[in-house]
Design a protein around this ligand. Structure first.
Ligand SMILES: Cc1cc2nc3c(=O)[nH]c(=O)nc-3n(C[C@H](O)[C@H](O)[C@H](O)COP(=O)(O)OP(=O)(O)OC[C@H]3O[C@@H](n4cnc5c(N)ncnc54)[C@H](O)[C@@H]3O)c2cc1C
Length: 450
């Protein structure tokens, strides 16, 4: 049986991050990935004719200051980045897109209230954020915000941060944390959303760079190799079963989301070894975010804003809206002069998982989008509809962020670790995965450091 110091399951951000750092520290590691390519949910698809299409938005919050960028540095690699996002455009009831500040048309008193609230967030301590992890965004806004306009603005920001559809199910702690860290790197006095960037060439550029860095340091990357079973005993993981053979390592890191883990980890053994953890894993399988919508390619740009286009509720649909024109940030991903745009509506996993609801909503959504962009249909080159359940890991809901998240290690099962956007870590999706990788490595080094 082939033996390694550490085996990692999953070649997404978390798995390649953990593998790369440990390989640097002198461990003999292998990363097993069921797909034939690296990246996991952070993937770019190529369409004939020179289109490189990311799934969804795949903006890296805080760009060059992000946990993702720090992880790349730690792995000894770098990537080219797009320029920064310039903020938000909101869709108004009058059917017009306007910059966020214009759209809200705040008076003197409201402006001061927004400024005071932002200052409070900017100065938030980690302890205060810990306190708000178990509080909803609704409650935070009731506590600290009087103006309904500022309330709606914060709900929209919270929705974009977490892909969750109601402020009741958005954790105030995570909202404050992401907002605070944006403000700390922002150059904009009013709206701290200008530090967001994208890897040029699509998010795959970042994933390929991580994979190359890992291999350069001697890591073994086994693509197209699903792990069918992880066997665990009292003293830790004993064996990994794949179609091509069995492997062993004293340390196994599961860098896959929980909805995958339940399929290959021996849960009967886990029920005996760590019953509370096994119960929680089963309970939160569908505690995640979901969205549906379209990615389109058009002959001409439909809009040229270098912003996130959003609305708390899509008129006629009642769901939150997220739109991003990828080619407004990166002209290398489409034929010259053409546009790629993602247009999504966030829903609950139950809504998005219901085929009849999905079909009806996607049809209505297309009608609304044509109203928003009247030149869309006539300039369409291609369109893909799609949906995702499990966008950015475990929901960032009250009682599920910060210290409440699934742990990266279990005291009952030495040698078994977890990493990724479902586990301990902070920030918007990819940053949660990257920060979780660092937390996981620290936990491993503190017990098994060389
Ligand atoms: C549509 C969409 C839009 C998104 N937009 C953004 C955004 O704008 N900004 C942002 O920050 N985040 C965004 N995200 C979230 C982001 O993609 C994820 O948070 C991030 O990729 C999670 O990385 P990970 O390493 O934790 O997990 P994953 O990327 O899911 O990696 C896990 C890997 O494990 C592999 N695996 C699973 N089971 C097995 C097995 N049995 N054997 C071997 N391998 C296995 C999987 O194939 C996968 O490659 C978006 C996600 C989606 C789906």
């Amino acid at each position: 049986m082939e033996k390694y110091d550490v085996i990692i399951i999953g070649a997404g951000i978390a798995g390649l991050g953990v593998g790369g750092i440990l390989q640097n520290k002198g461990f003999k590691t292998a990363v097993f990935e069921k797909s034939k390519v690296v990246g996991g949910r952070s993937r770019t698809f190529e369409l004939p004719g020179g289109w490189r299409v990311d799934m969804g938005t795949h903006c890296v919050d805080q760009g060059v200051h992000s946990s993702c960028a720090k992880l790349l540095t730690e792995l000894g690699t770098d990537i080219p980045w797009s320029h920064n996002l310039e903020g938000f455009m909101f869709y108004g009831e009058d059917g017009k897109w306007k910059p966020m500040m214009e759209s809200f048309n705040l008076d003197e008193v409201e402006r001061k209230e927004l400024k005071d609230f932002q200052t409070w967030i900017k100065n938030a301590s980690d302890e205060m954020i810990d306190h708000y992890d178990n509080v909803s965004l609704t409650k935070l806004l009731e506590e600290r915000v009087k103006s309904p306009k500022i309330g709606e603005f914060c709900k929209t920001v919270g929705m974009v941060q977490t892909t969750l559809t109601e402020s009741d199910i958005i954790s105030a702690g995570e909202f404050i944390h992401i907002y605070r860290d944006q403000m700390r790197v922002s150059k904009s006095p009013d709206l701290p959303f200008d530090a967001v960037r994208m890897p040029l060439g699509g998010v795959q550029t970042m994933m390929n760079a991580m994979a190359e860095a890992y291999k350069k340091r001697g890591g073994t990357l086994k693509l197209g190799t699903p792990v069918r079973k992880v066997l665990v005993g009292k003293s830790g993981p004993t064996e990994l079963v794949t179609d091509g053979g069995n492997y062993s390592a004293p340390i196994v890191v599961i860098a896959a989301p929980i909805w995958n883990v339940l399929r290959f980890l021996d849960m009967a053994a886990m029920d005996q070894l760590a019953p509370a953890w096994a119960k929680r894993m089963r309970e939160c399988e569908f505690e995640t975010s979901a969205s549906m919508g379209y990615t389109i390619g058009t002959k001409v740009p439909l809009f040229d804003d270098k912003c996130y286009l959003s609305a708390w509720r899509v008129p006629g649909l009642g769901m939150p809206l997220q739109i991003l024109g990828h080619t407004n940030f990166d002209d290398t991903i489409a034929p010259p002069g053409h546009m790629i745009a993602f247009m999504g509506a966030c829903g609950t996993p139950a809504q998005v998982g219901d085929a009849a609801f999905r079909k009806k909503t996607l049809d209505q959504f297309w009608v609304v989008l044509n109203r928003m962009f009247p030149n869309m249909e006539s300039n369409l080159v291609w369109k893909q509809d799609g949906f995702t359940i499990g966008i950015d890991g475990l929901s960032r809901s009250p009682g599920m962020t910060g210290r409440y998240r699934l742990p990266v290690e279990l005291s009952e099962v030495p040698g078994l670790y977890f990493s990724g956007d479902c586990y301990l870590g902070r920030g918007v999706g990819m940053n949660t995965a990257a920060s979780s990788a660092v937390i996981c490595v620290d936990a491993i080094l503190s017990k098994h450091g060389k």
